[in-house]
Design a protein. Structure first.
Length: 103
């Protein structure tokens, strides 16, 4: 994953609302992370945009009246990592169990 920054001006909206900028990331991370975070009950809004096709960055917005956006982002990234680990583990287990039928 690339570098992470915040969009200037968000500090006036409180700790629960932030737009994070991921460098060198796109729809793959944005959609997966949005799917996870938008299901949290303490999240009022979650979404992402790719500002321009020629810019290799992702703007990721979190709004919550019950928590800090940075903490929600961290939890979302950790949950996404757990999901990926589970997927890899399940896939590798199935490959070990798979037997090619004799021809």
């Amino acid at each position: 994953m690339g570098a992470l920054a915040e969009v200037a001006g968000d500090e006036n909206n409180g700790e629960g609302s932030r737009t994070f900028v991921f460098q060198d990331e796109g729809h793959t991370l944005g959609n997966a992370l949005k799917t996870i975070i938008s299901r949290y009950p303490d999240v009022d809004f979650c979404g992402y945009t790719i500002p321009h096709p020629t810019e290799n960055k992702l703007h990721f917005r979190i709004q919550s009246s019950q928590g800090r956006a940075i903490d929600i982002l961290k939890r979302g990234l950790e949950d996404l990592e757990k999901l990926c680990d589970h997927t890899i583990y399940t896939f590798e287990n199935e490959i070990k169990q798979f037997k090619v039928p004799a021809t």
